[in-house]
Design a protein around this ligand. Structure first.
Ligand SMILES: [Zn+2]
Length: 267
């Protein structure tokens, strides 16, 4: 089985004590690539260090997280820094723009700034022909309004941690080449995401941990890591009535397509 974790913050300080062991477990579990979404200048150095140490496993992006816009008078400088990264990449390749998005969970006072940041990063994704990785929390209607404006412009990307309903999935997928990131929330016992997982076409779905957050059942409450992607894969397979191998193969192929990666995994 070959899996791709399309969203992990393994460069986070939560892994400082045992990152090498986490990487070994991830390889043993069949996770052949870990996509690293960027947050802001505070953690970017650690992300690129990790990407340099594991150039075929840990693949970095460039972006500004919506909550890093909140309460930050210098957020436009952060956006300029993202643009500089794209002009002069500090590593061989940047694989995407993100994570950007809208997050009104902590505060709705910065919606205007978050929206401007999102638009700017989508434009960068179009300009550099990269996928955009979009974070949405307590803001799905607003997000849909933003994304509708890009319909027909050839945008591609991932709605990370997709947690909305099947109607919204159908609306968003019609606006571009979008796929939907399914993570630990899909395994939670309330079954809140089952309907969406059933509705999303298998070839429009990718798997993600969002580690160290959103740990899947049965390990919920612990720190999350990429090796736990197998639990998410198994849950998706159970909901869709497929074999885990089929889900692994299809979601890896989709991740390779969206991020334009060379195929791994012996196909
Ligand atoms: Zn994230």
């Amino acid at each position: 089985m070959y899996l791709i974790d399309t969203h992990s913050h393994i460069y986070d300080e939560a892994f400082d004590d045992d990152r090498d062991a986490v990487i070994e477990r991830c390889k043993a579990a069949g996770v052949g690539r870990i996509m690293l979404p960027d947050i802001d200048s505070g953690s970017r150095g650690r992300m690129f260090d990790l990407a340099r140490r594991h150039p075929s496993l840990c693949l970095p992006m460039a972006g500004l997280h919506p909550t890093s816009v909140n309460d930050n008078p210098r957020w436009r400088d952060e956006l300029d820094a993202v643009e500089r990264l794209l002009r002069e990449p500090p590593v061989e390749r940047l694989y995407g723009i993100g994570e950007t998005g809208l997050d009104l969970y902590w505060s709705d006072a910065y919606l205007t700034e978050q929206t401007e940041s999102l638009h700017a990063q989508i434009e960068l994704a179009l300009q550099y022909d990269l996928p955009v990785v979009i974070h949405t929390r307590s803001a799905w209607e607003r997000m849909t309004d933003v994304i509708r404006a890009y319909r027909g412009r050839g945008l591609r990307g991932i709605f990370h941690a997709f947690s909305a309903d099947p109607d919204l999935y159908r609306t968003l997928r019609a606006c571009g080449d979008f796929v939907f990131g399914i993570g630990g929330v899909a395994t939670f016992r309330n079954g809140r995401l089952d309907e969406a997982v059933r509705a999303i076409a298998l070839d429009e779905m990718v798997l993600e941990t969002d580690s160290p957050y959103l740990t899947p059942e049965p390990l919920r409450g612990r720190r999350n890591e990429s090796s736990y992607l197998t639990y998410i894969c198994e849950k998706v397979a159970a909901v869709k009535g497929l074999a885990p191998d089929e889900v692994a193969a299809a979601t890896s192929l989709t991740a390779e397509r969206i991020f334009r990666l060379d195929p791994l995994g012996g196909r």
